[in-house]
Every structure is written in structure tokens, then in C-alpha cells.
Design a binder for this molecule. Structure first.
Ligand SMILES: Cc1ncc(COP(=O)(O)O)c(C=O)c1O
Ligand SMILES: N[C@@H](CCCC[NH3+])C(=O)O
Length: 440
């Protein structure tokens, strides 16, 4: 069995490509800043993001896919400083609600690089998509009719893609597989042609492409080549009926290496090698010129960010529990998907592994467990634990459950630390609440 010590996290940094994370004099550092100092200055829990790593991650996609557009999946991380940095690097945005559309536009993402997705959009959201001039991914025939009506009412033309359910089984957690025929997302592949034919004659609607997203945390790139091949077959069907196919959006889903003992995750280059030949060959056969769109979320932001949490208590019971100040209210992934996040004792990051701990949050639910039976150095009250790879679906899935205000987020660049979201205080729990006068 491979045993990882905190010296080997350093090695993992070197060999696993996490060069923004280092151990210096026993303290965990991120992009040159001491995480123990950050915890002292901003309190815990706190999310800490490396700007250098963020820029590098999107640039890796640009290098692998120089001709494709990359729409960052805003659901993975809705901090507008983070979205703005990605927009500065030329990224667009995949938005899944009116709220995410606001975030993307406020962060400076141009409207022509935004796709409004969603399987159950409110009419007001469709109207907002129409009036703000972004493209819409259509998830059903009924939604197509609503959009046509709204576009006509607004005297606008909307460019649309069809979200296809390609019925592809992927090896990931069942809750994050989205391309199976039993999934709620997308139009069944066999219905796409007829819906597109209908759309071609509808007011206010201009079909220009197809879209799919087969799931998240996918580590086998052959699933993406399979999806690309199915989508190209459908492109062929639409070209046959005289349809205009300009865009092919293959969604996001590329996984990352959460566990240093696991094999390395495929890179954007591996993804490119899996899908580009399929698309190029079929495009040539069909005589089409398609612009490829990708919607990466996790593979852009996950490894940029660590979550620092303080140890409140160490309890020796049936197992030894470490009670920290972040629970599934702050990092929901372990509870929702039994997800693994590597843990470093940030203030003693070079200590040897000593015993096994179960790390739990402060929430009144037995399921509020962040890590089970994890080998760590001796952990004491007052220590700071760092959960790695917390930048995707971390803060964005946080809640105020159990009266817990949400934590701060900070950004680090070349050792300089800036606040990019203030920690909420108790007043946030009262925001929007109303006591009717009769109850006063
Ligand atoms: C439509 C769509 N695009 C992109 C993504 C981003 O996926 P990932 O974070 O796995 O790259 C998602 C989330 O799974 C999604 O639903
Ligand atoms: N929230 C999931 C990813 C699903 C993304 C939404 N389609 C996660 O944390 O892994």
C-alpha cells in the first residue's frame, strides 16, 4: 500500500503538477502565501484560490483547443473575480439560470460567448436570455415553443442549440452522470431531427448547433469520443434536412485527480486527442465547418482552491473524531457524493502520519462527515486543516444550514492575498426575512 506522508505531498506538488502548493518551514503555502497566516487574518473556514493556477488552467485548454471556444461552467464557481479572470483570459460562460447570467455579464463575459442552459427554465429567464442577446440551449419541444413566443413578443431573433441526450453511460458517481437516457437533461437523440426541422420554420428562432454534456468527473476520455461521434451523426441528420450547423458544444465533464494515490487525470490535451480527430473526420465527410465549444468547470477551478478549516475538538470515541468549523454547509461534496478531498494539516504540513481520524463538521446531521478513517499527523485543537481541490462545487454549493453564515473567499497572486468575498455574519441569516406586524 502506498503511504503518503506530508513530505510526499511536496513530491506530489512537484510530480502531480500542483506547483502552486508547497510546504515551506512546515506550513502549507499556496502561490507563495502562508495558509496559516491567511487563516489567522481572515478566520476559518475560508476558501483560498491561486490566481496563477487559475490562469494556467484555462491556458492549458487554449493550448489544447486553439480553435474552440471555452465557456466556463459558472455553477462550479460563481465568484465574479474568478469569472472575471477567466473572461480576461478569453473564456465565455455556460450559465444555468438568470442569476448565473447576471454573474457572467457583471464579470465581463461578452454576450456572444454565453450559452443559457437549463432543463427547467422559467419564462422570465427565457425572456432575460432573449433581451440580453445570449444564445439558448433548448432542452425540450415545449421550451422551444415558449422561446419562440417570447422572442416574437420581444421582436428578437434568438440563436439556439439543442441540448441532446445522447444516451451515453459514463464511469462517474451516478448523481453526476447526465447523458443517460434516464437523465432529466436533453432531448432524446432520435427526436432531435424532427424538433430541429420544426424550429427551422418558427418565428424568432435560429437553430445553429447541437449541445450535450454527458456528466462530470469523467476520467476516461473515450466517453467523450463516443459522445462526439454520436453528436456528429446527429449533425449529419440535420445537414440532411437542410439545417444550418455552425456550433457543436460538447459540454464539460473532464475529471481531476483528487487522490494522490490514484492515477493522474487526463489533461485537456488528452481530451483534444480523443475528440478532435472524430469531429474533423466527420466534418470533412459531411462538408461542414463547425466551431467547437467546451464547457469546463471542475478542470478549470477545482485544483486552484483550498478550503482552510479550524479544528474545534478532537474526540476519542469508537473512532477518533476531529470536529472542524466547516461541515457540508461549506463543502457539500463528501456528503453528497462520498467525494474524496486530500487533507493537509496546514500548520504542521511536514509532520509524519500518526493515526487515523474521521473529520466531521459542526452540522446536526450524522452524515456531516468530510473524511473517514483518514491517516493524518497528530491533530490538535487549534490546528488548521486544508482540504485540497475545493474550487469546484465548493463555495457554490454552500448553504446557511444550522444558522451558519457562509465563509470568506480570498485570492492569492505571487504571495499577495486579497479578499474576494467577505465572510457573512449573523445578519446574513436575517437577510430577506420578514416578521409580519401581527407577530411583533
Ligand atoms: C451543461 C453543463 N455544462 C458544463 C458543466 C461543467 O461540468 P464540469 O464541472 O464537470 O466540467 C456542467 C456540470 O456538470 C453542465 O451541467
Ligand atoms: N456538483 C457536482 C458536479 C455536478 C455538476 C453539475 N452538472 C460535484 O461537486 O462533483
Amino acid at each position: 500500500m502506498i503511504r503518503f506522508t506530508y513530505t510526499s505531498i511536496h513530491a506530489w506538488s512537484m510530480f502531480g503538477g500542483k506547483d502552486h502548493i508547497q510546504v515551506v518551514n512546515g506550513h502549507l503555502h499556496i502561490s507563495g502565501a502562508d495558509t496559516v497566516e491567511i487563516a489567522r487574518r481572515f478566520g476559518t473556514p475560508v476558501y483560498v484560490t491561486s490566481e496563477d493556477r487559475l490562469r494556467e488552467n484555462i491556458r492549458r485548454y487554449h493550448r489544447a483547443f486553439p480553435d474552440a471556444d471555452k465557456y466556463f461552467a459558472v455553477k462550479a464557481n460563481g465568484n465574479i473575480s474568478i469569472i472575471r479572470i477567466l473572461a480576461q483570459e478569453g473564456a465565455g460562460a455556460d450559465v444555468f439560470s438568470a442569476g448565473e447570467l447576471y454573474l457572467a455579464r457583471l464579470a465581463g463575459v461578452p454576450r456572444e460567448r454565453i450559452l443559457f442552459n437549463g432543463n427547467s427554465k422559467r419564462d422570465e429567464e427565457l425572456r432575460m436570455a432573449v433581451t440580453s442577446g445570449v444564445r439558448v440551449s433548448i432542452d425540450s419541444e415545449e421550451e422551444l415553443e415558449s422561446l419562440s413566443r417570447i422572442a416574437s413578443e420581444e421582436s428578437k431573433n434568438v440563436e439556439i442549440l439543442f441540448r441532446v441526450n445522447p444516451d451515453i453511460s459514463v464511469n462517474t458517481h451516478p448523481k453526476i452522470a447526465t447523458g443517460l437516457k434516464s437523465s432529466k437533461f436533453g432531448i432524446p437523440a432520435q427526436s432531435v431531427r424532427s424538433i430541429c426541422e420544426k424550429a427551422m420554420h418558427m418565428d424568432g428562432i435560429k437553430p445553429i448547433g447541437l449541445h450535450c454534456h454527458i456528466g462530470s468527473q469523467i476520467l476516461d476520455v473515450s466517453s467523450f469520443s463516443e459522445a462526439a461521434a454520436r453528436m456528429m451523426d446527429l449533425v449529419g441528420e440535420i445537414v440532411d434536412i437542410g439545417g444550418d450547423m455552425e456550433l457543436l458544444d460538447l459540454g464539460g465533464g473532464l475529471g481531476i485527480q483528487y487522490d494522490p494515490a490514484a492515477p493522474p487525470a487526463p489533461s485537456p490535451e488528452d481530451l483534444a486527442n480523443a475528440v478532435l480527430p472524430v469531429i474533423e473526420r466527420r466534418s470533412e465527410e459531411l462538408g461542414v465547418r463547425l466551431k467547437l465549444i467546451l464547457e469546463p468547470g471542475r478542470s478549470i477551478v477545482a485544483d486552484t482552491t483550498i478550503l482552510l478549516t479550524g479544528v474545534n475538538v478532537v474526540k476519542r470515541a469508537h473512532v477518533t473524531f476531529v470536529g472542524v468549523d466547516a461541515g457540508f454547509n461549506v463543502l457539500a461534496r463528501p456528503m453528497l457524493y462520498d467525494a474524496y478531498h486530500y487533507i493537509v494539516v496546514a500548520n504542521r504540513a511536514d509532520a509524519e502520519i500518526s493515526e487515523r481520524y474521521t473529520v466531521v463538521g459542526p452540522i446536526c446531521e450524522s452524515g456531516d462527515v468530510l473524511a473517514r478513517n483518514r491517516a493524518l499527523p497528530v491533530v490538535k485543537k487549534g490546528d488548521i486543516l486544508a482540504f485540497l481541490d475545493a474550487g469546484a462545487y465548493g463555495f457554490s454549493m454552500s448553504s446557511q444550514y444550522n444558522g451558519q453564515p457562509r465563509p470568506a473567499e480570498v485570492l492569492v497572486r505571487d504571495g499577495e492575498v486579497e479578499l474576494i468575498r467577505k465572510a457573512e455574519d449573523i445578519s446574513a441569516l436575517l437577510a430577506c426575512q420578514i416578521i409580519p406586524p401581527r407577530l411583533m
